[in-house]
Write a new protein. Structure first.
Ligand code: PGA
Length: 221
């Protein structure tokens, strides 16, 4: 059976109090992630230490990821969080989300550096692509296909389109082990994507902010 990645991307949402409320609903003591599924929560940086402590206390097998990582090492780069710092709390880092490309002018060259930095610290980049032509840096093993028109719109791509893109990505990039789908994923549509043999999970934005909805997604995936 394939392993499914279910990734929550909280984007720029939630205070510590709101994160605590979410965790209280999502995580019960000795919380068991269903077999064959890897649940990865990617909160804003400032919540990583708090959530890590909470998960340790509740012995919850949930993994943590950052939503980005600096393309620079530690040093005089005001405002940046580097891969060594992320690695203290997380095992994954989303790299190249279309919002980073659009609002923060991230280029293919910068993203290549980010991937290198992540890999140098044993962080697994979850590299976002917007289509089958998006450049994938070497060393990337987990890709999230996130068509822009499907993000936050309530109009997901079709499983058939996502399947076609996943096939091409895997053919062109033999090092890629997992291709996830992202864009308006809900508890109702998640298994139409995860049932596709070449799709290895989902990256969830809006619906991951509500713990109950996310429980539904994890259950139905
Ligand atoms: P969405 O976002 O689930 O709100 O469409 C997905 C994403 O941007 O990661």
């Amino acid at each position: 059976m394939k392993k499914l990645f279910i990734v929550a991307n909280w984007k720029s949402n939630k205070t510590r109090l709101e994160a605590r409320e979410w965790l209280q609903q999502f995580v019960k003591r000795d919380f068991q992630v269903p077999q064959g599924k890897e649940v990865i929560v990617c909160p804003p940086y400032h919540l990583l230490p708090f959530i890590k402590d909470y998960l340790l206390e509740y012995i919850a097998e949930i993994k943590l990821g950052a939503q980005d990582v600096s393309s620079f090492p530690s040093g005089s780069y005001t405002g940046q969080i580097n891969a060594t710092q992320v690695k203290e709390f997380a095992e994954y880092a989303i790299v190249g989300h279309s919002e980073r490309r659009k609002y923060f002018s991230e280029t293919d060259e910068m993203l290549e550096e980010k991937v290198k930095m992540a890999l140098s610290q044993d962080l697994t980049p979850i590299f976002c692509v917007q289509g089958k032509e998006t450049k994938i840096p070497s060393g990337v093993t987990v890709v999230a296909y996130e068509p822009i028109a499907a993000i936050g719109t309530g109009n997901p791509d079709t499983p058939e389109d996502a399947e076609e893109v996943a096939v091409v990505i895997k053919q062109k990039n033999p090092q890629v082990k997992a291709v996830l789908y992202g864009g308006s994923v809900t508890a109702d549509n998640v298994n139409s994507f995860t049932n596709v043999s070449v799709i290895d999970g989902v990256l969830v934005g809006g619906a991951s902010l509500d713990a109950k909805k996310f429980v539904g997604i994890v259950g139905n995936a």
